[in-house]
Design a protein around this ligand. Structure first.
Ligand code: ZN
Length: 58
């Protein structure tokens, strides 16, 4: 379980993580996989933050 600071609860809470993938381009114009993770507070359900991970397509 991921725990992050929730600005609405004003404390550290467990986060629900949902991720989805999309295809993007790197700076050399090659296709890459972009994984976007969004963190949502498990208590008040507000969106807290999102992170992007980039991975080359093999
Ligand atoms: Zn919260």
């Amino acid at each position: 379980m991921v725990r992050k600071f929730c600005p609405k609860c004003r404390t550290i809470q467990n986060m629900n993580v949902s991720d989805f993938k999309k295809i993007g381009k790197d700076k050399n114009n090659k296709d890459i996989e972009v994984i976007i993770k969004s963190y949502q507070c498990s208590v008040c359900h507000i969106f807290v933050q999102s992170e992007e991970d980039k991975a080359p397509i093999v």
